[in-house]
Design a protein around this ligand. Sequence first.
Ligand code: ARG
Length: 483
Amino acid sequence: MTSTVGPPPYYENHGFQPENVYSARQPGANPYPQYFTTNAPSVPSYVPRVATYQSSRPVAHSSERTCASNVKKTIVIILSILLVICCAIAAFFIWYFVENRCLGSLIECGSSGVCMPPSQWCDGVSHCPNGEDETRCVRLFGPNFILEVYSPVSKSWYPVCQDDWNDDYGKIACKDMGYTVDTYYYSRGVATEVSFKSYMKLNTSAGNIDLYKKLYSSDSCASGNVVSLRCIECGLSTKNMNIMNRIVGGSGAALGQWPWQVSLHMQGIHVCGGSIITRQWIVTAAHCVEGRFSDPYSWRVYAGILNQNEMLLRNGYRVQQIISHPHYDTDSKDNDVALMKLEIPLSFTDTVRPVCLPNPGMMFQPNQQCWISGWGAEYQGGKTSNNLNYVTVPLIERSRCNSVYIYNGMILPTMICAGYLGGGIDSCQGDSGGPLVTNKNSVWWLVGDTSWGTGCASPNRPGVYGNMTVFTDWIYKNMQANR
Ligand code: ARG
């Protein structure tokens, strides 16, 4: 069992950080020195040291000669100074447009070099070449799914006042996040939190214009309620389990207990696990779809089945598209997350249901109780299990997991450790890509995806999982762009 450390730190999901998106400034790249060293003129080389035609002149003319050469010298120096100034100005403009392509308050569309005024961002009309100005305008915040709207003018997020809000607006917001309307669940008013100082309110007299154009910021909200928006009924498990601590060291799951768990097959063999997040999208690990595993058409996805033998008798769902995190690193396992898009959407039942993606602003405590599930080996070096297993594992604080006697600095911000330092209970080969979930506010949240570990269930070598809270924004962006 793990021994607990002090209480304070928590895993905070800062979610979408607008600064990264709207600022084109790249840290560490200052073109100044480079520019000057290569292009600045070297003054002495322009000064003619010997005028060959003068060499035969008599010595008596020397004063006339020095006068002429002084004038020349001055001209050359002035020209050189002017050249340096011009170069500096040119360098400044090159730097400005390379680093910060849009002037003043204009916002760049992705990294396209196209600039837009803030008033055209989030106004319901796509102006950018790839529509970036309309993609990240809404988000759900915290464990209560509080709808927030981004204001490009004040560069911050505001909750939406419940006054005059209805399901039609809710559906628009869900669509803008990347969901399809057929899964829309509800919009509900919840009491505002003290931390909310400003709200977005609907101007109902604005007529039939875009939702975001109807919203204006206000310091008051008459109903005192803000919108809580659910775009999909996620995180529900039909089985109330009795938690047995008997994966490695786990116990057999019941049908419907982990309804988001899928088995990913290639050529009739279970390779990895995955989690259902919508009818069409599965979250898995990037290392599961690397190299020869990257072809979507060779995969089959099995949902709502506990037994591997039974899967072989079924067809499975075909995969249409695989999106691996662009910054996934094979060696360090940094950003070990990928998305699979199914050709035919799943039908949700008691045994096939989505898990909730963590919202920004959710906090997971160190030692928070989580669950892992999968068909992975039941002991180090063992073969894939025929039945779905699960076990409970506590989160381990990153700083502790990075200590010399555990993973010695290998745990990056995109990773999260969970398990027992005493060993004996862990995920193992074949569990990869599968879920690490927790229950909060009666909802099951996807905290991580099984990624790596040294051996399985060895002392001081806990399981390492992709830190889903840092991937949520990337996931929505891709769902939105590949509808
Ligand atoms: N990389 C493994 C897989 O592909 C998962 C390993 C998890 N290891 C662990 N000790 N928790 O299935």
